[in-house]
Design a protein around this ligand. Structure first.
Ligand code: ADP
Ligand code: MG
Length: 138
């Protein structure tokens, strides 16, 4: 059993597809073991995406991530990290496979609707960024 952090980004919340996105996780056998709708400050977004702080899109990405509410979730299941990445699709929606969340909902490479942890280490750090132990129940 593995856990991963998912975020429905501000564009996904604005498009009113929170339920459709969560339903894809469930249909693919991932269980939601924690969930909340919050609004990040610019500084929260900068902290979360600190690994990207040298990238040219960091300012724009953190403006986007703090412009409106997001939904953060912890998904649990076998190979949850890679399974979630498959359900999400490629970072750039133009390169995303048919039937993936990003193919179906993303606006562009930045406003790409969902986040998913990319390794066990990042999943652990990212889950702790948003949830304490009492908020996660398997
Ligand atoms: P992923 O979310 O697929 O793991 P990255 O970790 O590489 O992708 O990037 C983090 C986020 O930064 C992306 O999901 C996207 O919102 C944004 N991003 C990535 N590349 C670009 C880019 N070239 N221009 C603008 N935003 C980008
Ligand atoms: Mg990433």
């Amino acid at each position: 059993m593995e856990r991963t952090l998912s975020i429905v980004k501000p564009d996904g919340v604005e498009k009113n597809v929170i339920g459709e996105i969560i339903s894809r996780f469930e249909k693919n056998g991932l269980k939601i073991v924690a969930l909340k709708r919050i609004k990040l400050t610019k500084s929260d977004a900068e902290g979360f995406y600190a690994v990207h702080k040298e990238r040219p899109f960091f300012g724009s990405l953190t403006d986007f991530m703090s412009r409106g509410p997001v939904v953060v979730l912890v998904l649990e299941g076998e190979n949850a990290i890679s399974k979630n990445r498959e359900i999400m699709g490629a970072t750039n929606p133009e390169e995303a496979d048919e039937g993936t969340i990003r193919k179906d909902f993303a606006t562009n490479i930045e406003e790409n609707t969902v986040h998913g942890s990319d390794s066990p280490e990042s999943a652990d750090t990212e889950i702790k960024y948003f949830f304490n132990a009492l908020e996660i129940t398997g």
